[in-house]
Ligand binder design. Sequence first.
Ligand code: 5GP
Length: 213
Amino acid sequence: MSKGFNIKGKGLIVVISGPSGTGKDTVIGEILKENDDICMSISATTRDPRAYEKDGGNYHFLSEESFKEVVKKGKMLEYARYCGNYYGTLSDFVGQKIESGVDVILKIEVNGARQIRENCPDAVHIFILPPSIKELQERLKSRKTETKESFEQRFGLASQEMALAADYDYIVVNKDRSACARDIWNIICAEKLRTSRIKNRTDHIIKEVLYNG
Ligand code: 5GP
């Protein structure tokens, strides 16, 4: 695993988790469409691409051997196994973005989020909940991207994932896509104004008052 990042005064790392079918992609898509200076990290995975997915666009699709090689080289910020496949965040991409002041969304599952919590203490963690289990089941079914087995696996994991929602800084319910995207954007804006993040840019104003006032 690579070393974490201290991001004070630079771009923000925003972790977004939620069970499969909760609408993370659509909500994140809405945020990216409306705002500059924020991007989503493109993860590496050993999962097979879905029909509409592009290598390097949705994911970097790797063989298990190549994935493990990247891990061995210390180039993953975090990684985890989910439903029989590996998924991981490439640290170079995230590092370059936050260094240049761009915020980065990591759309990752709960074990990866835990690693980010340990390695990047300044990251903000948001959990997206479905409005109900029934709705989650319907959304996951209507996606038609999963086999029956994969559906069962993903739906089976949902309750374990949701049990960890309380570990996150924020919980947002995705009842309405636009409202959910707006809530997440408001969280990001507020987090960027947190005293500990802007202190180095505001200290001189406070000092001026102290010495001249
Ligand atoms: P999917 O196969 O539906 O694209 O993703 C399955 C799960 O893996 C989702 O919960 C997704 O957020 C998560 N995931 C995607 N990329 C990463 C990653 O880089 N690291 C981790 N830990 N999870 C990821």
